[in-house]
Write a protein of this length. Structure first.
Length: 94
């Protein structure tokens, strides 16, 4: 099964957009795990170790592949959609 992990903070606007996008497609056969790095110090250190410059950081795993995305917008929507094989999502973001 494919897995999507998202490292977030409660006040991050793009984190909320990413979570909304993922939750809308939760039935598509992939597991979603969300980490609040303001409360989870282990995940915060992992975020730093992954070289993130901020949140959201989205890690997609499954099979023998891993994809790490730092940030969220139309390009990341496309990459997530392709990775987990869901139809293109129109968020209205330009």
């Amino acid at each position: 099964m494919k897995k999507v992990e998202i490292f977030t903070t409660p006040t991050c606007h793009y984190c909320h957009l990413a979570k909304d996008f993922l939750n809308q497609h939760q039935h598509e056969g992939f597991e979603i795990v969300m980490y609040d790095v303001t409360k989870d110090l282990v995940r915060r250190q992992e975020l730093i170790d992954l070289g993130a410059m901020g949140v959201p950081l989205i890690r997609l795993t499954g099979g023998n592949k891993e994809l790490i995305l730092n940030g969220f917008g139309p390009d990341e929507e496309d990459q997530i959609s392709e990775y987990v094989s869901i139809g293109k999502y129109k968020s209205g973001m330009a």
